[in-house]
Design a protein around this ligand. Structure first.
Ligand SMILES: Cc1cc2nc3c(=O)[nH]c(=O)nc-3n(C[C@H](O)[C@H](O)[C@H](O)COP(=O)(O)OP(=O)(O)OC[C@H]3O[C@@H](n4cnc5c(N)ncnc54)[C@H](O)[C@@H]3O)c2cc1C
Length: 484
């Protein structure tokens, strides 16, 4: 293994999309790479599965295509032909007992015009948004909770009915705690320079319009300039394709191989311990969630370890349900979001058979949909019995859509520690962690705990880690990495 590669040896800990992307980048650059994954399968939060014999994603299901990284990786590992735009992109909000079409003309739920949210908010809520123009500027500082800032400018209703459910879909977190700088960086920057939030939203919208469609990775390929893309067979098929590309480039991948210890050897080297195995490495990428990375860094970077150890994670459960098509009412769009303020169990539902052609084609007599349950601080919900979660989902689905049929198959997938939370100050914390880790030779971190939880952001952090290692090895050994 690794026999035909001559560069430095890099060990990557973690076989989620970040670890795989880092290993891929390094292997293609001619480095000897060994990826160690603790579990028995690769992919982390990407998981292709099946229901009633039909393929379906049981974890992450879509790739943001406005950023290039995920789509480029899929193409690089031979999945370019399998990228698929959603069949429908319209969605609803289940608010005050009604499915209301998702308003257009907002940035993460913050409207550029109060009337954009007319159908969703009360008359009072819409009027309150308009007050934004009359208020003196709100102090935003180095960072601020998005919910607090938007509520101060435009009132709580727009936060509770739109910002919160949208953010909940990404972070499973609480809008009143999530960092605006980390979660909506363009809006944060605009809000610093514009006197009102409305003006800031409009500036972001203008910049977005000017950037699209060239920035939309799907635009050039007949994928309709879609903002999100799926993969035929599931986004969960991406890890295996990346793993095959790593092996084809000479890299080695071991599963059931948790990294349990890190030791310095000499001035620059590392020993990576995985149970009774000890690997010698010139560089190491820690692409695990924050907890395991913290444990591995305790001795070498105690302050960074403590900061990583304090990153909280939200757990969630996905309930995937297959119905006979004949039992289905007419459903609109790709699904709906649920404002927590209404007190329902589910926080969203995706009509998978309606959103993805490949799901519909894989089970033409069935209709597959999924619900998600659990936000940060709602661990009890996630640990309810499977049958309980199915029943609660069916109750909410019936109330929202009129769906009365029983499913022919159900699958509950729990994602314990699924999504890191980005509270106010998160990016400053990440900068401190990176600085401390970079002071250790050849050590880098990557993954969802750092610069964004979405798949493209995870891949970007992996590429950053890999590129820094490649650059360092070129400086210390001009012969290394020659295949770049
Ligand atoms: C249910 C759900 C749905 C999501 N949907 C989307 C979506 O549609 N689109 C999107 O862009 N993002 C989505 N996300 C977010 C995104 O999927 C994740 O943030 C991303 O996949 C995380 O990748 P990662 O490699 O950083 O971490 P992980 O996927 O957590 O991978 C880390 C890996 O490290 C391994 N590991 C842990 N400790 C050790 C150790 N000591 N040694 C070796 N290995 C170790 C773990 O077993 C795991 O395989 C979703 C997340 C969840 C939970």
């Amino acid at each position: 293994m690794n026999a035909d590669t001559t560069g430095p040896h890099v060990v990557v800990a973690g076989g989620g999309i970040a670890g795989l992307a880092a290993a891929h980048r390094l292997a293609v650059a001619g480095h000897r790479v060994t990826l160690l994954e603790a579990g028995t399968r690769l992919g982390g939060k990407l998981l292709a599965g099946e229901i009633a014999g039909a393929p379906v994603d049981l974890g992450a299901e879509s790739l943001l295509a406005r950023r290039p990284e995920a789509v480029a990786l899929a193409r690089a590992v031979g999945l370019g032909d399998r990228l698929q735009a959603p069949a429908t992109t319209t969605a609803s909000v289940w608010s005050r007992g009604e499915l209301v079409p998702m308003p257009k003309g907002h940035v993460m739920g913050v409207p550029g015009d109060a009337h954009a949210v007319d159908g969703l908010l009360s008359a009072e809520g819409v009027r309150r948004i308009g007050l934004d123009g009359d208020l003196p500027p709100t102090e935003i500082g180095e960072d601020i909770a998005i919910g607090a800032y938007v509520a101060a400018r435009m009132g709580h209703e727009v936060v509770d009915r739109l910002v919160e459910p949208l953010l909940g879909g990404v972070y499973a977190g609480d809008a009143y705690r999530i960092s605006m700088k980390a979660a909506v960086p363009a809006l944060f920057e605009a809000a610093r320079v514009h006197p009102t939030l409305t003006a800031a939203v409009r500036a972001v919208q203008r910049a977005g319009a000017a950037a699209a469609p060239a920035d939309v990775a799907g635009a050039a390929t007949g994928l309709g300039g879609s903002v999100f893309l799926g993969v035929e067979g599931g986004v969960g098929t991406l890890p295996r394709a990346v793993a095959e590309a790593i092996r084809a480039a000479g890299g080695e991948i071991l599963t059931d191989a948790p990294v349990t210890g890190l030791r310095r050897t000499g001035a620059t080297g590392w020993q990576v311990v995985s149970r009774d195995r000890v690997l010698t490495a010139d560089a190491v990428v820690l692409a695990t969630p924050a907890g395991p990375a913290a444990a591995l860094l305790t001795e070498h970077a105690p302050a960074a370890s403590a900061e990583l150890g304090s990153i909280a994670y939200a757990s969630m459960a996905l309930v995937t349900l297959a119905f006979r098509r004949s039992d289905m009412p007419v459903l609109a769009g790709s699904g709906f979001l649920v404002p927590p303020v209404d007190g329902h169990t589910i926080k969203a539902s995706t009509f998978s058979s309606q959103k993805w052609r490949w799901v519909a084609d894989g089970a033409s007599d069935l209709f597959v949909l999924r619900t998600s349950v659990g936000r940060h601080g709602e661990e009890d919900q996630v640990h309810r019995e499977d049958a309980d979660l199915v029943d609660a989902s069916l109750k909410d689905l019936a109330a929202a859509t009129g769906l009365a049929g029983r499913p022919v198959a159900t699958t509950v997938t729990r994602w314990i520690g699924g999504l890191p939370q980005y509270p106010v100050g998160h990016l400053a914390r990440v900068a401190r962690v990176r600085e401390a880790v970079a002071a250790l030779p050849g050590l880098r971190v990557a993954g969802a705990a750092y610069d964004g939880v979405g798949i493209p952001a995870c891949i970007a952090s992996a590429h950053r880690a890999a590129d820094e290692i490649i650059a360092t090895s070129k400086r210390t050994d001009p012969g290394a990495g020659h295949s770049l």
